[in-house]
Design a protein. Sequence first.
Length: 91
Amino acid sequence: MELLFDHTFGKQEQQDLVVCRPYAIPESFEEAEMLDQGWLALDKPIYHEGRYQECFYQSRATRLNLKNYRAPKRTPQYGGKPIEIMEIIFP
């Protein structure tokens, strides 16, 4: 499996939020194992190293328990404005 990272947003040195999406290009024998580990295939192949290849993305998510969350001592900011936390409750 070859791992690829799409660094979409953020700088570790300057911000609390960094968005970096992991992708993987599997060897032919690895697909079943990757599905068990939470990877799903993209709808379309990607162009990588001179050819189109099947690519998987990590479909598992991380959740934050807001009751236990303690904000850092300094206020997280984006574009000079404080980042607010929004709680989303699903039925």
